[in-house]
Design a protein around this ligand. Structure first.
Ligand code: ATP
Length: 372
């Protein structure tokens, strides 16, 4: 259990047991979160999961019902927004339409009567690659450029933490993708702490070095994007980050570090370091791109779990891959993505196939665990 003294020594952003209730409804419940200084974290989750409320409490736009927020060792739980070394970039850029780009970025410094405004603004405009647009008005810029101005304006005071509240939501898909890389580059260059709120899993994984997946007011799981993708701990996370086949199963047998799971009469073995009990029910998760498809009895090169008796119901060729739907003997359709190497023939709807995967690619989800 961390103590108050630990929080005083912690130089990042720390939320401890933060709850925000609206009447009897808990938008955020007993949330613990550490954001190391200089890191880029994404709060990811579906609409209504509490991510914006969390961000607004860090900004000081909402007051927690209980719990504490510290930043660089300072308790800021009840500090006024302007007293916090925190800035926010919103989806609506909120630029001053009558001021040019240079003056929009300079605004915060001029108000504080800072010296060397010229130099600081030039550096910021260079950072966001808008030096040549300095004398234009916001309305003369594209959406992506306006968002970069908003970013420059929020960064010029060198806040301890920059909060990004769905900043790319208003942009079209292509521009979003390029802005994601742009913001990531800027964060690496300035080295400040960024906290980004989004419901777009690809955006969170592209930009952040740590993703916190939120569901119903709590963090379900937090980690590096690849770690979350490869080792989801719940069906919610498995489904929210990418696609996953989820097959009902019952633990049949457990050895030291591998369990056998019965999936509708078919036994598969899955390595695990967790303690499950025989008879426990839950879900086996397997990503479509980790499933191999072959002819019945074909010796596929994965030494692993084989699931016979499939019938192809749909084939979509999408360029980089061929995506199959395969109906299993128990009636469920599983997705299979086969990378398009051009070396294999495509299977056709109605064909009988056999699916297989390497044991370590599957994960056990929502099985109860022994207390031990
Ligand atoms: P979205 O992506 O839709 O913004 P979110 O994850 O950011 O979703 P929040 O905006 O944090 O979700 O809201 C969490 C829950 O709290 C929602 O159910 C919302 O209706 C509720 N809520 C938020 N603000 C208030 C408020 N001022 N009064 C009452 N309920 C609120």
């Amino acid at each position: 259990e961390p103590t108050a003294t630990d929080s005083e020594a912690y130089d990042g952003l720390r939320l401890r047991q933060v709850t925000k209730s609206f009447g009897s409804f808990h938008a955020v419940s007993s949330l613990d979160l550490d954001v190391p200084r200089g890191s880029f974290i994404a709060l990811l989750g579906p609409s209504g999961c509490g991510k914006t409320t969390t961000l607004r409490m860090v900004a000081g736009l909402e007051t927690p019902t209980s719990g504490s927020i510290t930043l660089a060792g300072q308790d800021i739980t009840y500090a006024k927004p302007y007293q916090r070394p925190v800035n926010t970039v919103f989806q609506s850029y909120a630029l001053f339409p009558h001021l040019d780009i240079f003056e929009n970025v300079a605004f915060g410094l001029r108000r504080r009567k800072r010296k060397d405004v010229e130099q600081a603004v030039r550096e910021m405009l260079e950072l966001v690659e808008l030096e040549s647009q300095a004398r234009k008005k916001p309305a003369q810029l594209s959406g992506g450029q306006q968002q970069r101005v908003a970013l420059a304006r929020a960064l010029i005071n060198k806040p301890e933490v920059l909060l990004l509240d769905e900043p790319l939501g208003a942009l079209d898909l292509k521009l979003r993708r390029s802005m994601q890389l742009e913001i990531k580059r800027i964060q690496t260059e300035v080295g400040l702490t960024f906290v980004h709120v989004t419901h777009d899993q690809e955006e969170a994984m592209t930009m952040a070095d740590t993703v916190a997946v939120m569901n119903a007011g709590v963090i379900e799981q937090m980690g590096a994007p690849a770690d979350l993708y490869e080792n989801p701990q719940s069906t919610f996370v498995a489904n929210f980050l990418g696609q996953s086949n989820l097959i009902e199963g019952t633990i049949q047998n457990r050895a030291a570090d591998v369990v056998t799971v019965d999936m509708h009469g078919i036994g598969v073995s899955i390595p695990t370091d967790r303690c499950h009990a025989d008879g426990d029910k839950g879900w086996v998760g397997i990503r479509p791109e980790k499933v191999l498809i072959g002819e019945p009895g074909e010796a596929l090169d994965a030494p692993g779990n084989t699931i016979p008796g499939g019938v192809v119901t749909d084939v979509s060729f999408v360029g980089v891959s061929t995506q199959y739907l395969v109906r299993m003997p128990w009636g469920q359709e599983l997705g299979v993505f086969e990378q398009n190497t051009g070396r294999r023939r495509m299977f056709r709807p109605g064909e009988s196939v056999e699916l297989s995967w390497r044991p370590e690619y599957a994960f056990l989800l929502d099985f109860s665990q022994d207390a031990s």
